[in-house]
Design a protein around this ligand. Structure first.
Ligand SMILES: [Fe+2]
Length: 644
């Protein structure tokens, strides 16, 4: 019997009341892996109410109001009997035990509310407390493994978390080599403290939990395009499972990437805001695609708004557990979004951004967890202007096969003369198109969207003014953005002007913009409304917008030296819903190696392209005719007016 139950019993005996004691148990008390389910069982709960609930705590010393989340007992079919059970399918190792407490509902008057203004439990009428649930060797065994490229082509970085900062190593070796002969390199530990957080809830007992120690190890001297196996840890605290990856090959003639923004994290209980179950589907389908690649390398690109922890620290732990099946085997690259960074005293707030920057979108994190938990290539950093560590991982680039990938921060200065602008300009000036015929540029807030995202209008104008000329001058192939939780593919554009409206074309020298913020987060403003609503449809699609989809999913990029293909894969069926093909103009130049042209003779190839374009134009004309016929009665304004 727990000490709480003994106290309860003693109090009731003293008062001469009945001694029916409510019990709450949590099993197993020592799960061995985070994917083990924890089952909560209760009994002898008198006068059950559908608003009774169990709250989740870690560490057990947390105050009653500092719960991680809660579950209503009425999720159990037998709740009305005063007994039942609930199962939590997956809880990450928070490097401290969990404890569960049963409270009587409903909440008292003036309860706290969550971020959707729904009432939060007031944790005022506690009826039972469970024993602790602690992972075996809690915190000593490494967790949350994720890979990333470094600045060196023959390296791979792995980061992971432990509960202590003691020595940890990375052991690795190529496929076929016995483990006793693997290399071993040390991993460096770093962490951050509650005092580094810049606001609520990150710096408050409700949101703060110690993040443990983040370890960073770099595997060196890797042969290109080869499978390596690795594990991390030490003999005392234990080793991780063995994972594997394909090393980077900058000479490869094919590049595969999975790209999305705004994924977020799902947790199996109610917490301070809704968490997106769709994010699980996105990871599931990407894992399917990765497994189908066998020994082909791939890259994952998550372009901002990453965990949506927003100051509730343990949500980062859930996030890294959630992505580990893909991120421990494939480099996982990120750039910063408003939900990692935005805070009232952020250092760069130009006058035009008064309504954009300086909110509390990151829940007081001010970029610190993002900067410590990830280490991207490059050395970009910016002081936070507080005691917090500098913000890192702002802008960087790398080559993977035939694609040069560039990442920017839309949250920090990108205007002419800024460090970031100078970096992007120099990076694009250094391009070697015979080596990487395609350039994929990525950032969080979109340069183009037809969604009714009026708050960011000034930001988009600034991006177009300062960055688009660089994109056009240096022939960026594809510009990918998040922030808007939808998929939208535009034609290749400069300053809103379409250069081609088909879905297969030779790169016209301006990027195809695609918004790919559809990976999990649900809230989103509607598409652009019409000013003359309600007589006409509300959500017309401007001519520059080639495809709009509200379905959750992700983008898959496959590029050879001749062609880059981007597809939109939807989560409801795992199938392709949109596609664009961009043919490299490089194959037309004599500098391109003959083998790059492919098996088909050049003239034949271009006849094929011309035929495809003609067919696309014919289909486009027919589709346009059909749409025109359909829309004429509704008196839609000419599309051209939308763009002027
Ligand atoms: Fe965002």
């Amino acid at each position: 019997m727990s000490p709480w139950a003994l106290l309860f019993l003693a109090a009731h005996l003293a008062a001469g009341e009945p001694t029916s004691i409510t019990t709450l148990t949590a099993t197993p008390a020592k799960p061995t892996k985070p994917d083990h389910a924890v089952t909560l069982q209760w009994s002898n709960l008198p006068d059950p109410s559908p608003l009774d609930y169990v709250a989740v705590y870690s560490p057990p010393s947390s105050g009653d109001l500092d719960y991680l989340g809660f579950l209503f007992l009425n999720s159990s079919a037998s709740w009305a009997t005063g007994a039942g059970s609930l199962t939590l399918p997956r809880l990450p190792d928070l490097r401290a035990p969990y404890q569960f407490r049963l409270f009587r509902g409903p909440p008292g008057r003036n309860p706290r509310v969550d971020q959707h203004v729904d009432p939060l439990p007031d944790a005022s009428r506690r009826a039972a407390v469970s024993g602790n649930v602690a992972y075996e060797g809690s915190g000593a065994r490494p967790a949350q493994l994720h890979l990333a490229f470094t600045d060196e082509a023959d390296e791979m970085r792995v980061m992971f978390v432990c509960g202590d900062g003691g020595r940890r190593s990375v052991r690795y070796g190529p496929a076929g080599r016995r483990e006793e002969e693997w290399e071993e390199v040390p991993a460096e530990a770093s962490t951050y403290e509650q005092r580094h957080m810049c606001g609520y809830p990150a710096n408050h007992s409700v949101g703060w939990r110690h993040p443990g120690f983040v370890f960073d190890g770099v595997m060196e001297g890797l042969r290109p395009g080869s499978r390596y196996f690795y594990k991390v840890g030490n003999d005392l605290g234990g080793w991780s499972e063995t994972y594997s990856f394909i090393s980077r090959d900058t000479e490869a003639n094919e590049t595969i990437a999975f790209l999305f923004g705004d994924l977020g994290t799902y947790v199996p209980y109610n917490t301070y805001f809704r968490t997106p179950q769709e994010s699980l589907s996105t990871v599931k389908w990407i894992l399917r695609d990765l497994q189908a690649l066998n020994d082909k390398p791939a890259v994952i690109s998550h372009i901002g708004d990453i965990s949506y922890a927003k100051g509730y620290a343990w949500l980062w732990d859930h996030f890294f557990e959630q992505i580990e099946p893909i991120a421990a085997n494939t480099p996982y690259h990120v750039c910063i979004g408003n939900h990692e960074y935005d805070w009232p005293s952020q250092p760069w707030k130009p006058s035009w951004a008064a309504n954009i920057y300086g909110g509390n979108d990151a829940g007081g994190e001010c970029g610190v967890p993002y900067s410590i938990k990830f280490k991207m290539p490059g050395n970009s950093s910016l002081p936070t202007s507080t005691i917090a560590p500098d913000t890192r991982n702002l802008y960087y680039s790398y080559d993977a096969g035939v694609v040069h990938f560039v990442y920017m921060s839309t949250e920090t200065d990108f205007t002419h003369g800024s460090d970031q602008y100078n970096y992007i300009k120099a990076d694009l000036e250094r391009l070697n198109r015979s080596r990487t015929p395609f350039v994929v540029f990525q950032g969080h807030r979109p340069m183009y969207t037809s969604s009714n995202e009026s708050k960011d209008t000034a930001h988009r104008e600034q991006m177009i003014q300062h960055l688009e000329p660089l994109f056009v001058k240096h022939g960026v192939t594809l510009a990918l953005w998040g922030h808007v939780h939808r998929y939208e593919r535009f034609c290749p554009m400069k300053n809103y002007q379409c250069l081609n409206t088909s879905s297969s074309f030779v790169d016209p020298g301006a990027p195809v913009h695609v918004v790919i913020g559809m990976a999990g987060q649900d809230y989103q403003a509607s598409w652009e409304p019409r000013p003359d609503h309600p007589e006409v449809p509300i959500f017309p699609q401007p001519q520059r917008s080639m495809y709009r989809g509200a379905e959750f999913g992700y983008a898959k990029l496959v590029a050879t030296r001749e062609k880059l293909t981007l597809t939109y894969i939807g989560n409801h069926d795992g199938q392709v819903h949109d596609m664009v093909e961009i043919l490299s103009p490089q194959v037309d130049t004599d500098s391109a190696p003959d083998k790059l042209v492919g098996a088909m003779p050049k003239k034949m190839r271009y006849l094929g392209i011309a035929g495809s374009v003609m067919l696309a134009m014919l289909l486009g004309f027919m589709a346009g005719f059909a749409v025109r016929r359909k829309t004429d009665p509704a008196r839609w304004s000419p599309v051209q007016d939308e763009e002027s």
